[in-house]
Write a protein that binds this ligand. Structure first.
Ligand code: PLP
Length: 454
């Protein structure tokens, strides 16, 4: 059951917040006053000793939980050998070993190569540059509600919240946004997800490629296999497979942004692994997998150390020496942490993500039936979105209500974050157990009932 004692901001946390307010950029968004002091597994403590169950994991980063002993040991061992040697100019084992693991794990049979950076936005920058370099074409087709990062290229392909672009234009030219099949809310919403996906694909063929950009000038489609910041939205496989087919037809590439959805979060190593063609019941032909030409990864990859990776088909990643690199990209500590993270995922955590995700989904689906404000529960593995509404009939978004639920959960000891216009995202560490799932749902349920009465 939820803890009956509500949270009160302690003096040590208050002091850090006051210092932070004086010296930290005001552009950061803080929804509630949680001050991190230490963490273990899915639990975090503030400096005054208040304990919270962490269902956001540093925005889907602490994939192996806070300070997993095997990850910490890998970082310490590496730190004793060397901290940095710039993989752009020299060779070292952990960077090559990690690239080998990532290349082998990426979906589809084509050989892959890897370029390292330090963040999700950098992985996206690398993808945009490689798409143009490899195809010699200028245009990128991205999607409404997508978030890809805050550097200039990544910001330009983002279409999440207008504040993220406010007073920063002109942006990167050659970017067009199409519709993502968000069957609950998109303008192209149809009675079901498959029809919505068809409508979104049709818009690209019959509008974007006819009226906005010549098909033979499109370098790539940039798509999140499960949309993150936009609302934790899972598209039907037909959407991604349709994009793959269309890209092949027009000679463009498909870039999967798996910065948030990758690394075991959805119950498979890559979210892209969930998607393939429907197959034909009358034929023994194998189902075609969704095999992006590039995958951008970061966040959970190194369990909390900064690391970004662009994994691309070897025949796409052919840019010559000097075209793209970063001093810190593939930092040895981050690579060692990532190798330990992949070991833990393979041993048990990807499976745990699937199993705990099922348990969470079952309980939240039951909660949806009782709660007048919880309209939809969607997701894969431990990437679960909750759509909050004023009432289920009108589907009217309820951002203020959503914010109250997030706040109430914090006060009762559960850390969660919002996403999209009116949704909540659940992205706990992949280490969570049954008792932690049950406790989180109990707190969420109390918070929804509480704001529903207010
Ligand atoms: N792509 C996606 C899907 C993301 O969710 C994010 C961050 O939230 C990014 C890219 C940018 O990553 P970073 O903040 O590490 O630059």
């Amino acid at each position: 059951m939820p803890d009956a004692t509500p949270f009160h901001l302690g003096p040590k946390a208050a002091e850090i917040i006051s210092l932070d307010k004086a010296v930290i950029s005001p552009a950061y968004t803080r929804d509630y006053p949680f001050v991190m002091h230490k963490g273990e597994g899915a639990w975090v403590w503030d400096p005054d000793g208040n304990r919270f169950l962490d269902f956001c994991a540093g925005i889907a980063v602490n994939s192996t939980g806070h300070s997993h002993p095997k990850v910490v040991a890998a970082i310490c061992d590496q730190a004793k050998r060397f901290l940095h040697m710039s993989g752009t100019d020299f060779y070292y084992d952990v960077m090559a070993q990690l690239a080998e693991r990532l290349a082998a794990s990426a979906p589809g049979p084509s050989p892959k190569k890897v370029s390292f950076g330090n963040s999700g936005a950098e992985a996206i920058e690398a993808a945009l540059k490689l798409a143009r370099h490899s195809t010699g074409r200028p245009y990128i087709i991205a999607f409404h509600r997508a978030f890809h990062g805050r550097t200039y290229g990544a910001m330009s392909v983002t279409a999440s919240k207008s504040i993220q672009k406010s007073r920063f234009s002109p942006q990167l030219p050659g970017v067009v946004h199409a519709h993502y099949p968000y069957a609950y809310r998109d303008l192209f919403r149809q009675p079901n997800a498959y029809a919505t996906a068809d409508a979104c694909l049709d818009y690209i063929r019959s509008h974007v490629l006819k009226h906005l950009v010549p098909a033979n000038e499109v370098a790539a489609f940039l798509v999140e296999p499960v949309q993150g910041e936009g609302g934790y939205v899972v598209p039907p496989a037909s959407f991604l497979m349709g994009l793959q087919t269309l890209a092949k037809e027009i000679g463009a590439l498909v870039i999967a942004d798996e910065v948030q959805a990758g690394i075991g979060r959805t119950g498979k190593l890559w979210a892209s692994d969930w998607f393939h063609s429907a197959g034909d019941a009358n034929s023994s032909a194998p189902r075609v997998p969704f095999e992006p030409d590039m995958i951008a990864s970061a966040k959970g990859l190194a369990s909390g150390l900064p690391l970004g990776a662009l994994i691309a088909k070897a025949d796409v990643m052919t840019w010559p020496p000097g075209t793209h690199a970063s001093t810190f990209g593939g930092n040895p500590l981050a690579c060692a942490a990532a190798l330990a993270t992949l070991d833990l995922l393979d041993e048990s955590l990807t499976h745990n993500s699937l199993m705990m995700g099922k348990r969470l989904m079952q309980q939240l689906t039951a909660l949806r039936k009782q709660s007048p404000v919880l309209a939809q529960v969607r997701g894969l593995g431990l990437m679960i979105g909750l759509e909050i509404v004023h009432d289920k009939q009108s589907r009217m978004p309820a951002p203020a209500l959503r914010n109250q639920i997030v706040q109430r959960c914090f006060e009762r000891g559960l850390l969660i974050l919002g996403c999209g216009e009116s949704s909540i995202r659940l992205s706990p560490p992949l280490t969570i157990n049954e008792a932690e799932v049950d406790q989180a749902v109990a707190i969420l349920s109390e918070a929804m009932a509480f704001v529903g009465q207010a």
